[in-house]
Ligand binder design. Sequence first.
Ligand SMILES: O=c1ccn([C@@H]2O[C@H](COP(=O)(O)OP(=O)(O)O[C@H]3OC[C@@H](O)[C@H](O)[C@H]3O)[C@@H](O)[C@H]2O)c(=O)[nH]1
Length: 411
Amino acid sequence: MPVFGWWAIMSRKTKYVFILAILVAAIVVTWGRAGITKDDMERLRREELSSQIREALEPLEKRLGNLEKGSEDSKYPKVKFLMEKDRKRILVTGGAGFVGSHLVDRLMMDGHEVVVMDNFFTGRKRNVEHWLGHENFELLNHDVVEPLYIEVDQIYHLASPASPPHYMYNPIKTIKTNTIGTLNMLGLAKRVNGRFLLASTSEVYGDPEVHPQNEEYWGHVNPIGPRACYDEGKRVAETMSYAYAKQEHVQVRVARIFNTFGPRMHMSDGRVVSNFILQSLQDQPITVFGAGKQTRSFQYVSDLVNGLVMLMNSNISTPVNLGNPEEHSILEFATIIKNLVGCKSDIVHVKEQEDDPQRRRPDITKAMGMGWQPKVSMIEGLNRTIEYFRQELFQSSHNQKMILRPDDKLV
Ligand SMILES: O=c1ccn([C@@H]2O[C@H](COP(=O)(O)OP(=O)(O)O[C@H]3OC[C@@H](O)[C@H](O)[C@H]3O)[C@@H](O)[C@H]2O)c(=O)[nH]1
């Protein structure tokens, strides 16, 4: 029977009851459904929201992670990874000094393990501060005059004051450093069967009668003059090196280093480059010792470091000159720096130094034979050094210390 037929035979009361029942059922269903949907909707909404937050946070977390990783990486200058068989353990005496610290940067970045030994007479912690805590780096506060027992493959022996006012300050200590200190390091090289490089100097040629100076020249040195503690000290250090080579079969390398300059020279170094630059930057008189006709040839520190590393790893056991043959009189040099800085300083002549070598220029034929030659021109090097001292003067006038990392653009 069709629904309409039922409806027709229903009493009025039954119809009311029927309609009421349908209404109640509809309300119950609708309310019930509405209640569940509300909860579900709320849950869904919450889930949706948290997934949106997660989605939004994910790239941020990733970036934060990368930043943290990045800051860990950039805490130290970038270091190559070397397999154990290629990685050497290298001692650098005087490694916190001007040349030493640049050499340390190079060896560290090449991926080696580096032990720096320094007594901090002229060296400074801040020259190597950027490596403190690195797993490949160790810093020893130790005087080379005392023996040292460690295990190393190579020794770069640079420890000694190098600037005339510094080495003349305590001549006996300079002699001890270059004699007893060198003996100690040669003894260490013998014990560990390591290779030893001596940082010798153009000063072994004294006030030369041969020009330019090649390695065959024996030199012209005053053994009792004010420079003797250094030049005779280095001459005997060379003698000791070859005695150990001959008698004990120690592998030795000898670099005769000519005048070198660059960032990280001490403000009170006292050598001509830092003196003239600092005087020019402060509009003070530029002090030329004597008439200024004496000559020097200046090399930039990064060229020297390349030469030292090349020589250490070469098979040349006889002395090798490392220097830039571009030669200038000291008076010319004063004018060059004055012009580069663009200052108002006067050039003044003060008392000449006793035993000051009159001409100095390296013959670098031998070094070129091992594939080395200076790459940084004197002017380019001077501009970088002027910038370094400009920054250092600014920072020290604000009670800040100047720290130069090898990944800074300046080096
Ligand atoms: O203010 C100054 C400083 C120095 N000079 C002169 O500039 C010339 C160079 O003097 P420096 O003190 O820079 O260096 P020197 O050449 O005398 O000795 C250097 O030689 C080679 C390295 O082994 C050493 O770093 C250092 O001993 C000298 O003729 C000196 O008399 C000045 O005219 N004015």
